[in-house]
Design a binder for this molecule. Sequence first.
Ligand code: C5P
Length: 227
Amino acid sequence: MAEIIVALDFASADDAMSMVDLLGTEGDFYKVGLELYTRAGPEIVRSLTQTGRRVFLDLKLHDIPNTVVGGVSAAAALGVELLTVHCSGGRAMLEAAADAAAGRLGLIGVTLLTSLATEDIEAVWGRSGANIGDEVLRLGALAREAGLSGVVASGSEVARLKSELGADFKVVTPGIRPAGSDVADQARVVTPAAAAASGSDYLVVGRPVTRAEDPAAALRAIREEAA
Ligand code: C5P
């Protein structure tokens, strides 16, 4: 069954921990991203792990192998369960990161940011006419070969990744929107039921929970829909 990760997109530790308290036993997995981590530091991760919460640290590491290994080890020491790295960091970086993560945390690769379009691929990598789905699969295959646990992918890419890279290769899916809810700035959204049915292992949900009138009830409804 897919697990739900609540995205703590807040600007302060107090706001983030108030949301965690509000969710009570409904929330068990939390995503700490760049803003919250940069503002609140490793202390926010400790506050979560020390109270039994599971943490997805979404720092999207991308650097030379030695530096990324240091970041992976530091995250593992904090008790982080899932950590993201950019697949475009290359094979040597991914392999070194996977070695450092082995038995300590799950390493999740970011393939192509969903904000990138075909013309960005041409501008950044110099290849025209690239197909986004093919690029995601190629980078996913590289991540798998390097020993990562899985990748982040939109709901529309999950089925292909699972069928080509194997059911045990984890997929983390953001852009989850319960039917009828506000899409906000997400371009490609799927419902909790559709994401779970496509085989996604972790659903990342932010605003549909954190901006709900009753966040705990919203999270419960999403979990029930995904089940
Ligand atoms: O509020 P919402 O449910 O849109 O939040 C989704 C979360 O997942 C945000 O923290 C966002 O940064 C993250 N994310 C995403 N799309 C990606 C990768 C990460 O929405 N491709």
